[in-house]
Design a protein. Sequence first.
Length: 205
Amino acid sequence: MALQLLYRDLSRGKFCGLLSCDAFPAEVSRKMRDMGWDIAEYLKTGQLNILDCYSALAGVEGSPIRDPTDFTEVSIQMTRMIENAKGPMTILFDSVTPIFNAATAKDCINFLQVLGAKVKNAGGIFIFTATKGSIPEEARSKIEALADGVIELNMIKRANSLRRTLQVKKMAGRQTSTFETGFEIVQGKGIFIRKQRVPIGLFRS
């Protein structure tokens, strides 16, 4: 879902950045290409920049980020990315789960606040993902309180099938529904809402 939102802004001509902590950049490109979103040209022109934090976590020598929990270094790289963009950026941090596994919750929350402020002060949008249950409950509550919007995705097992659901828990300046909305991931298209109960226009062109 986050990658779909990123590609949507890319296709609208917006400059975007991706902090990848869950996959190598080549893997992200392949995953998006498999969904019908080819980012090769955006990477070539510099409209999309990927900051590879995953290589260091995977123990690859010579990684662009030596230590993803060196928040000062990551912040400097992010600032450079924002300053080099020709306009407000959409920044995706996918995912923040690894940093919570390697640093204190307090430091991680402060880091996300700093990054969010940098992006918003430049007129951009900051999106980050996390795996439910992987972050201490108190930290999760604080993050949700800081965020302008919170979207929760779940998988519910029923009999012999799995049902994907989406719930918009909050969205600043928007009226939201408390209902969980079913969705599917359609190859080449991305998120497909089964029944529109989420009046926020996330996937409208």
